[in-house]
Design a protein around this ligand. Structure first.
Ligand code: IYR
Length: 227
């Protein structure tokens, strides 16, 4: 290692890779598990312990990020009054969106999902996790702006892990993106360097929950192997 770089290294975790058969079984098992994840819009009010949400956020925080800046903040809300405020503000925006702001093509593309401006799940679901991206950092000592890199990519990866963790815990999730969602920064007292990117709604699905009949693209439609 070149001595002018201030890199400090520690040994990798020391976990032995599994044999090929175990590897394939694990990959297949994880695939089958993730295939059962669906975006859910009908939630049960059943309470979910905060501990589950904490683990999911810690898992999200294990995502790779540009220069390891970890440019994210997760605000987890179970407070009913705050959830109501979020619903009221989100529905104001959604009303405008569905009344025409989205444009004809976008609204037509959403028809098969059955969505509209009503967002009862924002009050019904036990947890709303608002994910913020940090457009720049703030040095704790000097208070000066610091740079973040690949912010969208990093936060997107963290959201993927957040959803995978919640799904693995046995919870239903919804990635909700009221547009625009500037109101969330003010409502949740977040600083100017942060911008809300999505609300991850989490809880148990309602026992009568319905989901749209959609399929996932086949491997051959999304993957190209050059071997
Ligand atoms: N934010 C709106 C609209 C919406 C947009 C997309 I792209 C979706 O995949 C689903 C919904 C809403 O939440 O209803």
């Amino acid at each position: 290692m070149c001595s002018k770089h201030k890199a400090q290294f520690v040994p990798l975790n020391g976990v032995e890779p599994p044999d090929m058969h175990t590897m394939e079984t694990r990959a297949q098992t994880f695939f089958a598990h993730m295939q059962t994840r669906r975006t859910v819009r009908d939630f049960s009010p059943r309470v979910i312990p905060q501990k589950i949400i904490e683990y999911a956020i810690r898992t999200a925080g294990s995502a790779p990020s540009g220069a390891n800046k970890q440019p994210w903040c997760f605000v987890a809300i179970s407070d009913p009054a705050l959830k109501t405020q979020i619903r009221v503000e989100a529905e104001k925006e959604e009303k405008i969106f569905y009344a025409g702001k989205a444009g004809k093509e976008w609204l037509r593309d959403l028809e098969h999902l059955g969505t509209d401006e009503h967002k009862p799940f924002l009050e019904t679901a036990p947890w709303l996790i608002v994910v913020f991206q940090q457009n720049y950092g703030i040095d704790k000592q000097t208070g000066k702006r610091t740079k973040n890199y690949y912010i969208h990519e990093s936060v997107g990866l963290a959201c993927g892990l957040l959803i995978a963790s919640l799904h693995t815990a046995g919870l239903a999730t919804l990635t909700h993106t009221p547009s625009p969602m500037n109101f969330l920064r003010d409502l949740l007292d977040r600083p100017k360097n942060e911008r809300a990117v999505m609300i991850v709604v989490a809880g148990h699905a309602d026992k009568n929950a319905m989901v749209p009949d959609i399929t996932r693209k086949a491997l051959e439609d999304v993957a190209i192997f050059k071997v």
